[in-house]
Design a protein. Structure first.
Length: 501
């Protein structure tokens, strides 16, 4: 069974003089010599090094205190999440699943072998508690693909202890710099090994070109959302907090972008992709909708006086929630392993590599992008006015839900437009988010009432009182009425602020 930890560490080029005395730095009372360890690690990647391109490392390592399989994802500078699986002869299935969004159907092969002699020291406080581990690694790198190649170097690693204060690393670094030890130019041992053992000089990655045309700006937004889906995939598989919601938002942003900017990207190409994104968002939504409803209904029950809670309402709600979560999660994992999903990722890569640009894509960006945002805003306006003319009930609920979806699209279009239009686009995105939240409260009430009717029917069939479900239903109905009453004045304020776009 794999387990994970947050790793915070810095790497340095080792000076000939070795490590300076770190005693007294930032409360370091003692430096304990923990002896030598001999590490042997084989790193895996695709032939075209897809994992290395995204700073992800997958290795099998023997020796030391944590022999086994290690998968590391970058989180921030100096910060990575490390997932550890027990030592085995073959790649663990749970780790390969976590890199599937990057690897797709390509084979993972041994690409580099690193053998290190590690001299380990523990930095301790006055009570003997571990603050950080410092190691001096003498590394021998050997490329296992192509024509091979070898490299040798010595480096220093300083890894913060679990729960430690990151400020300690700054103070240790200050002492190291004074002693002539400098931060490593490479982000990891693997990155340095790939660079120094390459058969020929590795070509530097060309810096990303600043967006110039309308097409550049739209594609930059598309690329950001594609990257978000790929990078969130492992977190969704691990059931990390908010990962499903964030991935669903990225799919919706992509789909909305294709629709909003149909004069820039050819919709005969993007519409089929948008259909697949809609499918993915729906699959992600099965679990997300459960999360939202569970939180809302649980909070609602907590607000009911104890004397008005009749029957095992909380227990039934939790049972319903667990059953829904179990079914939705199993289905979602199947989706992420499906050929359909991996094909969608490949299709997005192909679109970004060879975008279906129309004539407007080559133009100066202000006019075509502003026009697209205004068009989306007019659609929201029409739906709000349509809803206002309807009597309260199902038809109005549907119209307001459609207005919310169009508000999301307008918000995402305005986000794309921010680098071009500046403050007016920022104001529009903020207004549409506020409208989305208000209409979301209304739609959440609609969905909560539907769930309450279902729970009430199940409770009644089991011989339990349905009183509390009816009470909650009535409260949800009143919440929806308040939103509908607030909407006209809220919308008038948004219309006045949209005049500058």
């Amino acid at each position: 069974m794999a387990h994970s930890k947050r790793e915070i560490e810095r790497k340095y080029e080792s000076a000939d003089s070795g490590l300076p005395d770190l005693t007294g730095v930032a409360g370091i009372a003692a430096v304990a010599d923990k002896g030598m360890a001999h590490l042997d690690a084989t790193y895996y990647d695709t032939v075209d090094e897809r994992l290395a391109a995204s700073s992800v490392t997958l290795r099998r390592r023997t020796g030391g205190s944590d022999a086994g399989w290690h998968l590391k994802f970058p989180i921030a500078p100096d910060v990575r999440d490390e997932i550890h699986a027990p030592l085995s002869d073959t790649l663990p299935d749970d780790l390969t699943a976590l890199v599937r969004s990057r690897v797709r159907n390509s084979e993972l092969l041994p690409v580099v072998r690193l053998r290190s002699d590690r001299d380990v020291r523990h930095l301790l406080d006055a009570d003997g508690h571990l603050l950080a581990e410092v190691s001096v690694d003498t590394v021998h790198a050997e490329r296992l693909t192509g024509h091979g190649g070898e490299a040798r170097w010595t480096e220093v690693e300083v890894e913060l202890a679990d729960g430690g204060d990151p400020a300690l690393l700054d103070k240790v670094e200050k002492r190291l710099r004074k002693a002539g030890v400098r931060p490593s130019a490479a982000s990891s041992k693997l990155a340095r090994a790939l660079e120094e053992t390459a058969p020929g000089k590795r070509r530097a990655t060309a810096p990303a070109r600043e967006p110039v045309t309308a097409g550049d700006h739209v594609l930059a937004y598309v690329r950001t959302q594609r990257d978000a889906i790929v990078e969130l995939d492992p977190a969704v598989r691990r059931d990390a907090e908010d990962a499903v919601h964030s991935m669903r938002v990225a799919t919706r942003r992509l789909r909305s972008t294709f629709k909003s900017f149909g004069k820039i990207l050819d919709r005969t190409v993007t519409d089929p992709i948008a259909d697949e994104l809609k499918w993915l968002a729906a699959e992600l939504g099965l679990d997300r909708d459960r999360e939202v409803l569970t939180e809302r209904l649980t909070a609602a029950v907590d607000e009911v006086p104890a004397g008005l809670v009749r029957g095992p309402v909380v227990e039934r709600l939790h049972s319903w929630s667990r059953a829904e979560h179990s079914g939705a999660r199993g289905r979602l994992l199947g989706v992420l392993d499906s050929r359909r999903y991996l094909t969608l990722l490949d299709t997005l890569d192909a679109l970004i590599a060879d975008p279906p640009l129309l004539e407007a894509a080559g133009k100066e960006p202000h006019k075509p992008i502003a026009k697209a945002v205004r068009k989306d805003f007019r659609k929201v306006s029409a739906l709000i006015e349509q809803a206002a003319d309807l009597e309260p009930g199902t038809d109005r609920d549907v119209a307001l839900h459609e207005a919310r979806k169009k508000a999301k699209r307008t918000r995402y279009a305005a986000e794309t437009a921010k680098p071009v239009l500046g403050k007016p686009a920022k104001t529009m995105a903020k207004s549409m988010k506020a409208l989305q939240n208000l209409l979301g409260e209304h739609q959440d009430s609609v969905m909560a009432r539907q769930a309450l009717r279902e729970l009430s029917a199940v409770a009644h069939a089991a011989g339990e009182s349905a009183f509390t479900y009816g009470l909650l239903h009535e409260r949800e109905e009143r919440r929806a009425v308040r939103v509908e009453a607030e909407l006209p004045g809220f919308w008038d304020g948004i219309k006045d602020g949209a005049a500058d776009l």
